[in-house]
Structures are given as structure tokens and as C-alpha cells.
Ligand binder design. Structure first.
Ligand code: NAG
Ligand code: NAG
Ligand code: NAG
Ligand code: NAG
Ligand code: NAG
Ligand code: NAG
Ligand code: NAG
Ligand code: NAG
Ligand code: NAG
Ligand code: NAG
Length: 855
């Protein structure tokens, strides 16, 4: 529980620190470095660097080294990926050959010719590939390479050794998650040695195959020699474990399981790898078949021994190693041994007696497929499964599980074995596949354009190669994460072409740690004073000893144990459950308030409840600036002489006193903040710096009016008796002709109309005593005779009416006269009698019907 509390405390403090340091939450998300608390975690993050400066404040030590940094260069730890090529021998593009000096006249002769053709084809070869027949520099230990062939091996390549992969050794320092591209070149050397070991199932059914093979032995050798001048051939055979149920163990059958059969055996290395191909034919011919019971054979035992017994079989270190496995039956594998009572697993070691017989056939179980695969990988062997058609599908699948192996169909009597081997060899040698033994967190991806020359694509395999072609691979190496164990941070990784005992060795150092985290280096200090003497300072941060903790090991578990610290000690009261008012971290029961980026701003208080940066501002200055007041715990504390919530007010009322004397703000306002705030009355607003002005206010005009009236003009309310003398004692108006206001003297003008509508004007000034100046004469309007005006108007209206009537009468009379005169004139003009108009015709016509005898 205690531990948990500490953990929570520390974790929360870390998170909080980062929140503050990150300031912007967005930045936090983008920057993966910020929340890395230790140096090694920091540099295990891509593009992060560590600052180990001792007093670096609360800034995050892990930063993105691309961003501008505040850390001095000498304190930055930012190891970078580096690559050093340690061994970089040139590729043997045209290798030296060998001077074949085989004692076999026929084969030697035919070979020699084909060899010369080759040498003349590759110009420089003849010169460098000298005729020296020096003794073999490899494979010398082969027990069965007898005299005739021992002298035949020879190499005259410039460096003595063939180089097919370049570079050979590289030292690589790699940051985690950083991708490093490494160039690897591969070129198949000319005349690269080939070792071919023929492993044959010699159960009864293979008798015809054996015979055929024995006749084909030389052809096989010649065919291979056409490919490489440096060819060796070996032969081994197998039957099965001499146990029931694999082999009949009836004593008679143990001697001769079938007519003219040999005694059964597990595996026999009949002939180690040798140039003596005649011996091969003869050994194959001399080998006798044997018999067994069940269908599957003990081929796996034989493969294992043939690979493991490097000495006896005579595999050369530098050679393409082919193991041709020919059978017409299936195979037993790990676990099958139990049927015969063999339970000890196969140990993958060589167990051959001097005669080449497998001794542990009945002691150890068959090997598993993965054991074989592992052995094949270790020894760079290409297995060719040459099996009959009925078994092909099984072996095809098997070859998928064994690196560098292939399968092909063998005819019933092995007659096609030569073609088969040549074809499979062609397939193997014309392609190259890069493999590596990187494990776990190291990822290697290969890219190559092979022979196309185009852009590189993701592939680890190139095919269609010919001797002398060079292909480049780009090995993209990436360490995904640091292995937990420190010893795994340095690894040796091999990149090799499948089936070739050559490799590029990478000494990989994963940059997982910082030296300053280990004793004896700069930045590592035990019991450092900066860690309160209770911890080790490493890379600028404290690693506290038990029972101390905290950023500078200032906290101790014992403090907490004593109960001095509890949940509430970082909270002001029990109304909140936020530590340190949310503005600090609770460290060891005390609040560690956050730091602001601006050093002027500070959070303080036992519970970080105070800060001095958010007080009231005036004109954007905190508490009206430093000379007015300071901000303490969210409130302005004013300097003497200043007041107000933001210390913007002068405390004294001096500036509100009118200079002419009198009351504060002339008695018409209050003094606030050193400035008069004037009152408003019904009559108007007072204004002016001291509220001395009021243009719309009547002031004392009304008060003085009666006295001025009675004293000056003897009118008004006080005109009667001695009212005037009694009531008007404070002043006597001075008569002036025209009342004029003198702006400078603060005089007030008063204008009134009396009951006679006479205007009188006076002014007064109150500076010191009341002085009144009044106009000597009232301005009265002149008197008007109203009745006269009215009568005059009436008379005028009547006269105008009469005049209009007369005018109308006159006009009508004139008009009538004119009409009559015209009538008279027209009557005179009418000369004819109006009674009978000559052109007048009666509108009706009267006719008398002659035949009408009217009554
Ligand atoms: C490797 O080859 C280059 C040119 O191809 C040559 O300049 C260099 O000297 C060679 N290095 C060695 C060690 O032979
Ligand atoms: C094969 O057998 C023949 C006769 O049996 C013998 O002469 C020859 O030496 C044998 N070959 C080998 C390599 O043992
Ligand atoms: C591969 O070659 C190296 C020397 O180049 C040798 O030490 C090693 O034993 C060889 N490995 C095998 C399996 O032959
Ligand atoms: C091979 O053997 C099978 C039976 O196992 C037989 O049918 C076939 O004819 C044989 N082929 C040859 C070429 O002997
Ligand atoms: C890879 O192989 C080399 C050489 O055999 C060996 O030294 C190294 O430890 C291997 N690396 C891994 C990761 O297995
Ligand atoms: C917490 O500690 C204070 C003194 O620091 C003490 O008064 C209070 O009782 C303690 N509360 C608890 C719950 O322990
Ligand atoms: C807080 O403390 C007071 C006494 O100090 C107590 O009366 C009250 O109940 C407490 N409130 C809570 C929520 O614990
Ligand atoms: C806040 O307080 C710190 C320390 O007392 C002081 O240095 C700083 O000037 C203060 N800031 C303001 C704005 O008063
Ligand atoms: C200033 O005047 C205000 C009222 O206007 C009054 O309240 C205050 O006490 C006065 N201050 C001083 C220092 O006289
Ligand atoms: C004049 O004064 C007398 C007493 O002093 C007072 O009673 C009277 O009302 C006053 N008249 C006016 C018009 O103010």
C-alpha cells in the first residue's frame, strides 16, 4: 500500500511535470520525446536526444534533436547510427581455376579440352590461374581422398580464397527503430568448387538403380566438370535401423535378408568426396543391396550423418555442397524410433566407425525435419531429393521445409540421374537467396533489382544468374526494440547466400543505453549532493536509494510511515479533492507548485492557492504597474498613496479641492479616485474639474430675483411697504446700463420677466461676497391701441366688399350693352322676310288620287 502510494505520487508528479512542461497539449501529442523520464528510454525513441546537464530545471530532458535546443552541446547525448566496414575484400569475379592433373587418362583428356575452352573464354584467367599444381588448401582431412586425387586440388586465385559476398564484416551501431540500409554484393565465382555426395537407398528395390548409377558415374562426373573444373564426388548408402519392425531380425535374415543380399545396416559412407570418379563407378557397382521390412527407409539417419561427418565425408569449406538423396520410398523421422524401442533423440553428431558405418543406428532415434534443416543451414548444403514419381509429392513438401533443397523425379532405374543433377545444380547455382540468422527484435528486409537494373523491389532472391554476374542487395536492418537483457544488445548477425559457406558478418550494437547510466562515466555520481545525498545522479537525474524518492530524493518512505503525510496534507480543506489547488504536484506531502514559463509569474502558497499574475489590470498593467501596487495572492496590494481594486486611485482628496478654496468638489460632488464625481440635480448636471459649473442650473437667480426687482424697479412681490427693506439685506444691486458676463470671473446671468412683461437682467458673482449688477432700466414692450386696429380692420373689409360689388355691377352693365348693340346690328342686316323663305320647302307633299272618289 505504502509502495503504491509512492508509485502514484511519483507517477502523478511525472505526468504533471510533463503537462506543465508541455504547455500545449497539442505539442505533447506530437512530441514523443517529452514523456521519456530516463536517458535510455529517451534514446530508444526515434529522433530523441537527452540532455544530461545537471541543473536543467524542470524542462524535459528528452527532446527532439531537430528542434532548437537549450541544452549545451557537450551535455547532449544523441548517439547516431553508424556503419564501419571492417573487412571488404573484393569479389572474385573471375576466379582462379585449378590445374587438373588427374591420373585418369581418358577422363583427364576429355576434361582438359573443355577446361581450356573455358579458360580461353575468360581472358585474364589464363594468366592469373597459373599452372601451379599446388596442394589442396582445403578439404585436406578427407579420409578417403587417396593419393591419386590429393595432388589434384589446387587454386591459384590471387588472394588464394574465393570471395563471393562483399563486404565480409561490418560493424553497425544502430538506434532503435531507425532503418539502416546496408549494401551486400554477391557474385558467383567462376569455377566455384562443387562437392557432390550421392546418398543412395540400397534396399532391394533399388538394385537396378544402383547398376545404372554405376555405369553413369563417369558421365555424371564429366557433366559436372563441364560446369566447374573443381568437382568431387562421394557415395554413401543406407537401408534402415537393424531393428524390428524396420528390418527382419530373424538371424538368417540378419545375414542375408534376401537372395544375394548384404546384411542390413543403417548408413554407410562408402566413398568420401574425391576427384576419383572411376572409383565412384566401381564403388557403386561393388555396393550390394540389402533388404528390409517396412516401406519407409532410414534416410534421415543417413542425411544427418552425411552432413555431420564433415571429416569422413570430406566436405570442403569453400564449395557448393550438393547432397543427392535418391530413393524410391518414404522416410522415417523423429519419433518413429519408438517402434523399435529407440527413444534417445538424435544428437546431430557424427557417429561413424573407421569403416564408415553408422554406429548409433540402434541407439538414437531418427532426426526430425527441423534438425535436418538446422544442420543443412549450418553447413550450407543443398539437398537434391531425386525420388521416384510415386514419392515425389511427399519429398516436394519436405523440400519446402529444408532450406536450399529441391526435389526432382528419378526414373525407375535412375537413368536420368545425370540430367537431373545437372538441371538441379543449374537451378541452384543460377539463383541466389539471401538469408540471415537475425532473431527477435532485429528485422532484416532485402531489396534488390537483381539483374534488371531497375528500381529495387522487396526480394531476397534473384535468379537467372550466370557466372560473373554481380547482384546487389540492400539489407534494410531495423531494431524494433531493445531486448530486455543487456547482453543481447550486442549481437553477431550473419547474412549469407543460401547454400554457400560465405557470409557477411554484422557486429550489431544496439544503441539502447546511455553511458552516463553506468558507473565510471561522466554524468554518473553516487550519493550526489544534488540528490540530497540519498541517490545516484545519472544523466542529470536522480536515482534514489531506498527508502528515498522524489525528484531530488527529498522524500523518504519513513516520513510517510510516520503519518506526517496523508492524503489531506496537500489540500486546503476537505471540500476539495484536488491536490495543491490543481496548480502543483503533491510531493512528499507538500505542494510543489508548477513553474510558469514567465519567471515573473509565480504560484505560491502552502496549497499553491496563490499566484501573482492574475490580479486586476489597469491599462494592461498588473495593479496599474509596479509603482502603484503589487499582486499578492490574486489581489492588488497598493502602495501608500494608492487605492482601488487595481491601485489605480490616488488615496488623497487634494486634487478634488478647488484652488479658489471652498468645499470638496465645490460641494457638488464626491471625490473618487482623486477626481470629482459631480452630482446631478433637478436643474441640471454639475461639471467642471471641481463640479463648479452648471450651465443649465439657475443657481441663486430665483433667490435674488425679488430683491433685485424691488430694490431696482420697485416692483415684484416685495414692493409693498417695507418688505423690501426687511427681506433684502444681504446685497444692494449695482445698476449698470448693459449686463455683460465676464467669463473669467465666474459670473452668473439671470434674466426674468415681470408681471408687466418687462424683461430685466442682472448678474451676480459669488467670489467672496455676493455682488449683484442689475440693468438700470427694464426693457418693457411699447403699449398698443387695440380697438383702433380692430375697427380699422372691419372698415377695410367692408370697403373692399363694396368695391368688389360695384366692380361687378359695372362689368355686367357693360356686357349687356354690348349684347344689345350687336342684336340691333344683326336685325338691320336681315333684309328678307323671315315669313317666306324662298328656299324653304314644305316637308310634306300632298297628292290627289284621280280615281279616288272620296266621300
Ligand atoms: C578492389 O577493386 C578495386 C577496383 O575494382 C581496386 O581499386 C582495389 O584496389 C581492389 N582492392 C583490393 C584489395 O584488391
Ligand atoms: C570392386 O570389386 C572388384 C572385384 O570384386 C575389385 O577388383 C575392385 O577393387 C573393387 N573396387 C573397389 C573400389 O573396392
Ligand atoms: C565455412 O568456411 C569457414 C572458413 O571460411 C570455415 O571455418 C567453416 O568451418 C566453414 N563451414 C562449414 C560448414 O564448412
Ligand atoms: C516404373 O515402375 C512402375 C511401377 O513401379 C512401372 O509402372 C513403370 O512402367 C516403370 N517404368 C520404367 C521406365 O521402368
Ligand atoms: C548468427 O550466426 C553467427 C555465426 O554462426 C553467430 O555467431 C551468431 O551468434 C548468430 N546470431 C544469432 C542471432 O543467432
Ligand atoms: C493528516 O495529517 C494531519 C497533520 O498533518 C492530521 O492532523 C490529520 O489528522 C491527518 N489525517 C488523517 C486522516 O490521518
Ligand atoms: C469537513 O470537516 C469538517 C470538520 O473540520 C466536518 O464537519 C465535515 O463534515 C467535513 N466534510 C466532509 C465532506 O468530510
Ligand atoms: C511574483 O513573485 C515573484 C517572486 O516573489 C517576483 O519575482 C515577481 O516579480 C512577481 N511578479 C509580479 C508580476 O509581481
Ligand atoms: C475623500 O473624500 C471622500 C468623499 O468624497 C471621503 O469618503 C474620503 O474619506 C476622503 N478622504 C480623505 C483622505 O479625506
Ligand atoms: C420677508 O421677510 C418676512 C420676515 O422677515 C417674511 O415673513 C416674509 O415672508 C418675507 N417675504 C417674502 C416675500 O419672502
Amino acid at each position: 500500500m505504502l509502495y503504491l502510494t509512492i508509485l502514484l505520487c511519483v507517477v502523478s508528479s511525472l505526468i504533471n511535470t510533463n503537462l506543465v512542461n508541455g504547455q500545449l497539449a497539442g505539442k505533447l501529442v506530437q512530441n514523443p520525446c517529452v514523456n521519456k523520464p530516463t536517458c535510455h528510454e529517451c534514446i530508444q525513441t526515434q529522433s530523441c536526444a537527452w540532455c544530461m546537464k545537471p541543473d536543467y530545471g524542470d524542462r524535459p530532458r528528452c527532446f527532439q534533436h531537430t528542434s532548437p535546443i537549450t541544452c549545451p552541446e557537450e551535455f547532449v547525448w544523441n548517439p547516431d547510427t553508424s556503419e564501419h566496414i571492417l573487412i571488404n575484400r573484393n569479389l572474385t569475379l573471375a576466379s582462379g581455376g585449378e590445374a587438373w592433373s588427374g591420373g585418369q587418362s581418358i577422363a583427364g583428356g576429355s576434361y582438359e579440352s573443355s577446361y581450356r575452352q573455358q579458360s580461353s573464354a575468360s581472358g585474364s584467367y589464363a594468366a592469373s590461374g597459373g599452372s601451379s599444381s599446388s596442394s589442396s588448401s582445403y578439404g585436406g582431412g578427407s579420409s578417403s581422398s587417396s593419393g591419386s586425387s590429393s595432388s589434384s586440388a589446387g587454386f591459384a586465385a590471387a588472394g588464394g580464397e574465393i570471395v563471393q559476398i562483399k563486404p565480409q564484416r561490418v560493424k553497425l551501431q544502430l538506434r532503435i527503430n531507425q532503418v539502416h540500409n546496408l549494401k551486400v554484393s554477391y557474385s558467383q565465382a567462376q569455377d566455384y568448387p562443387v562437392d557432390l555426395y550421392y546418398l543412395m537407398d540400397l534396399s532391394k528395390s533399388m538394385e537396378d538403380d544402383k547398376q545404372k548409377l554405376s555405369t553413369l558415374g563417369n558421365t555424371l562426373a564429366e557433366t559436372m566438370r563441364a560446369i566447374t573444373s573443381n568437382f568431387r564426388l562421394g557415395f554413401g548408402s543406407f537401408v534402415d535401423k537393424v531393428l524390428m519392425p524396420y528390418v527382419s531380425t530373424i538371424p538368417k535374415n540378419l545375414v542375408e535378408p534376401c537372395p544375394k543380399c548384404d546384411a542390413p545396416y543403417g548408413y554407410r559412407n562408402i566413398m568420401g568426396l574425391s576427384r576419383d570418379t572411376y572409383r565412384f563407378s566401381s564403388e557403386v557397382g561393388n555396393a550390394t543391396v540389402s533388404g528390409n521390412l517396412d516401406a519407409p527407409e532410414g534416410g534421415f539417419d543417413a542425411i544427418m550423418q552425411a552432413i555431420a561427418c564433415r571429416q569422413q565425408v570430406g566436405w570442403r569449406e569453400q564449395a557448393r555442397r550438393l547432397l543427392v538423396f535418391s530413393t524410391d520410398a518414404g522416410f522415417h523421422y523423429a519419433g518413429d524410433g519408438k517402434l523399435g524401442g529407440v527413444i534417445a533423440p538424435n544428437d546431430g553428431e557424427c557417429h561413424l566407425d573407421p569403416r564408415g558405418q553408422y554406429t548409433h543406428s540402434t541407439i538414437q532415434d531418427y532426426p526430425s525435419i527441423s534438425q535436418i534443416n538446422q544442420k543443412v543451414k549450418q553447413n550450407a548444403i543443398n539437398i537434391i531429393f531425386a525420388v521416384t514419381a510415386n514419392q515425389h509429392s511427399v519429398y516436394k513438401k519436405l523440400s519446402g521445409h529444408i532450406e536450399g533443397s529441391s526435389s526432382a523425379i528419378l526414373s525407375n532405374d535412375s537413368s536420368n540421374v545425370v540430367d537431373l543433377v545437372r538441371e538441379e545444380y543449374g537451378k541452384i547455382s543460377s539463383s541466389v537467396e539471401m538469408k540471415d540468422n537475425a532473431t527477435g527484435d532485429v528485422k532484416i528486409t532485402y531489396f534488390s533489382s537483381c539483374l534488371n537494373g531497375g528500381p529495387e523491389i522487396k526480394t531476397s532472391k534473384c535468379s537467372g544468374l550466370k557466372v560473373g554476374n554481380m547482384v546487389s542487395f540492400t539489407a534494410q536492418i531495423q531494431v524494433l526494440k531493445c531486448p530486455p537483457k543487456r547482453k543481447d544488445w550486442n549481437q553477431v548477425i550473419q547474412i549469407y547466400p543460401v547454400g554457400i559457406n560465405e557470409s557477411m558478418v554484422i557486429d550489431l550494437e544496439m544503441l539502447c543505453s546511455c553511458p552516463c547510466e553506468y558507473p565510471g562515466s561522466k554524468g554518473y555520481l553516487q550519493n550526489s549532493p544534488r540528490c540530497s545525498g540519498y541517490g545516484t545522479e545519472m544523466c542529470g537525474i536522480c536515482k534514489c536509494d531506498e527508502p528515498h524518492f522524489g525528484n531530488t530524493c527529498e522524500c523518504s518512505v519513513s516520513d510517510m510511515g510516520s503519518g506526517a503525510i496523508n492524503d489531506s496534507s496537500c489540500r486546503a480543506d476537505n471540500t476539495t479533492n484536488v491536490d495543491c489547488s490543481g496548480r502543483g504536484n503533491c510531493v512528499c506531502g507538500a505542494c510543489d507548485c508548477f513553474k510558469r514559463t514567465n519567471p515573473e509569474e509565480q504560484i505560491s502558497g502552502k496549497y499553491c492557492e496563490c499566484e501573482n499574475f492574475s490580479c486586476e489590470r489597469n491599462k494592461n498593467q498588473l495593479c496599474s504597474g509596479a509603482d502603484h501596487g503589487t499582486c499578492e495572492c490574486g489581489r492588488c496590494v497598493c502602495k501608500p498613496g494608492w487605492t482601488g481594486s487595481s491601485c489605480d486611485c490616488q488615496a488623497s482628496n487634494d486634487t478634488c479641492m478647488p484652488p479658489t478654496g471652498g468645499e470638496l468638489c465645490s460641494g457638488h460632488g464626491t471625490c473618487e479616485c482623486g477626481v470629482c464625481k459631480c452630482k446631478s440635480t433637478d436643474e441640471g448636471r454639475y461639471s467642471g474639474r471641481y463640479c463648479e459649473k452648471c450651465p443649465t442650473c439657475s443657481g441663486r437667480c430665483h433667490e435674488l430675483k425679488d430683491c433685485v426687482q424691488c430694490q431696482m424697479y420697485y416692483t415684484g412681490e416685495l414692493k409693498n411697504g417695507d418688505d423690501c427693506a426687511k427681506n433684502c439685506t444681504t446685497f444692494t444691486p449695482v445698476g449698470v446700463e448693459v449686463v455683460k458676463i465676464d467669463e473669467t470671473k465666474d459670473e452668473q446671468l439671470c434674466v426674468f420677466f415681470d408681471e408687466d412683461d418687462c424683461k430685466f437682467t442682472f448678474k451676480y458673482s459669488e467670489q467672496g461676497e455676493l455682488v449683484v449688477h442689475a440693468q438700470e432700466k427694464k426693457e418693457c414692450p411699447p403699449k398698443v391701441f387695440m380697438l383702433g386696429i380692430i375697427l380699422g380692420v372691419i372698415a377695410a373689409i367692408v370697403l373692399v366688399g363694396l368695391a368688389i360689388l360695384l366692380l361687378w355691377k359695372l362689368l355686367t352693365t357693360i356686357h349687356d350693352r354690348r349684347e344689345f348693340a350687336r342684336f340691333e346690328k344683326e336685325r338691320m342686316n336681315a333684309k328678307w322676310d323671315t315669313g317666306e323663305n324662298p328656299i324653304y320647302k314644305q316637308a310634306t307633299s300632298t297628292f290627289k288620287n284621280p280615281i279616288y272618289a272620296g266621300k
